[in-house]
Design a protein around this ligand. Structure first.
Ligand code: ZN
Length: 356
């Protein structure tokens, strides 16, 4: 049995958590009691053929603990069905894996598919358990999950629990839990997931979902999510809606640098809130469109990058006093000037006309 840990703290770029450690317990003895008392229960395992003429393999495994004889044998797929008890004797003093490998190397003309019986059960089968522990803030809100690996997976079982901002804990086994695995996923290559994840108001669940694989035809209960935000469920999500109020009007926008652009303006009533809300937030905005791009930054090709349309907010007063056109132009000028400062843009006198 070997124990070691690794500090991931310095690898963690996302968060400065106080503890982030991985740990491993290797070479743990793994024999379930029934196998110790009564011996293993050999059955046929393998894969294929998925279609006629495709590759198929059969070998021997203990139905209870998942341990394979060494070598695990190479049975004739036409004679042995997956799951069928293996009735032939297990070679107590059968060829070792090393013998079979060196025999194959020495006799390359013998094809790999030549059936060979399984060897002896390993005297001390081992497995390992490993995991990770994080203390402190991480992503998500609450997560509890169990993965059951397919027979070919490196991880047999994987469990994790996380409560933000307290801790994140995961443990996975290699070898351990094969009894459960053989009951739940006897064939196939798909890891199955069970768990719940709470992220904001969204509750996601997995009840036998296939890892990394979703299809429209799968049963609805396998995986899904539900929104726990009651207000949103009853009154709908908050969104913006616009109605035309005035315009189009033509006007000129004068920029601090001296250049001017003709724009077309449309006054819009802006409503923000849930569709059924009685008191949505109401405001005014003006959509503007310029006859040519207003340059705000230098591009890599030497020309100027510009904007031709956007929207600006105007105050209620400006609309009531019928000054929205003036207010919008001043606002557009201020927005463009702000962008020019951000991109460190200074228009050249000669550039006038370049953007046409
Ligand atoms: Zn066994």
């Amino acid at each position: 049995m070997r124990w070691h840990t690794t500090n991931y703290k310095h690898h963690d770029h996302e968060t400065g958590v106080p503890v982030n450690r991985g740990w491993w317990l290797d070479d743990l003895p793994r024999l379930i009691l029934a196998c110790r008392l009564f011996g293993h229960r050999p059955v046929v395992d393998g894969y294929g053929p998925h279609k006629r003429g495709l590759d198929a393999r059969r070998w021997v495994v203990c139905d209870r603990c998942g341990v394979r004889p060494d070598p695990h044998g190479n049975l004739d797929p036409d004679e042995w069905a997956i799951g069928e008890p293996y009735t032939e004797p297990i070679w107590k003093d059968g060829p070792s894996a090393r013998f079979v490998t060196s025999f194959r190397k020495a006799m390359p003309q013998v094809p790999h598919h030549v059936p060979s019986p399984p060897g002896a059960w390993p005297a001390r089968p081992t497995g390992s358990i490993s995991g990770q522990m994080i203390l402190g803030r991480h992503h998500g809100l609450l997560h509890i999950g169990l993965d059951i690996g397919a027979a070919g997976d490196e991880d047999t079982l994987a469990f994790r629990i996380s409560i933000n901002p307290l801790f994140w804990f995961s443990v996975q086994t290699e070898g351990f839990g094969q009894w459960l695995q053989r009951r739940l996923i006897p064939t196939g290559y798909e890891t199955r997931q069970i768990g719940v994840l709470l992220d904001g108001w969204q509750l996601h669940w997995k009840l036998w979902a296939r890892q990394g694989h979703w299809s429209r035809d799968q049963p609805k209960w396998w995986e899904g999510s539900v929104n726990l935000d009651l207000a949103e469920r009853l009154f709908g999500p908050k969104r913006y809606a616009y109605t035309n109020a005035a315009g189009p009007e033509l006007a000129w926008v004068h920029l601090p640098e001296g250049d001017s652009y003709q724009v077309q303006l449309r006054l819009k009533r802006e409503r923000f809130g849930r569709p059924k809300s009685r008191r949505p937030a109401m405001s005014w905005s003006v959509e503007w469109e310029s006859d040519r791009p207003i340059p705000v930054r230098h591009r890599h090709d030497g020309k100027s990058g510009g904007i031709t349309s956007a929207a600006v907010a105007v105050a209620d007063d400006a609309v009531t006093n019928n000054l929205w056109v003036t207010a919008a132009c001043a606002q557009i000028s201020a927005t463009v000037a702000e962008q020019r400062t951000r991109y460190d843009y200074r228009p050249k006198a000669a550039e006038e006309g370049d953007n046409r």
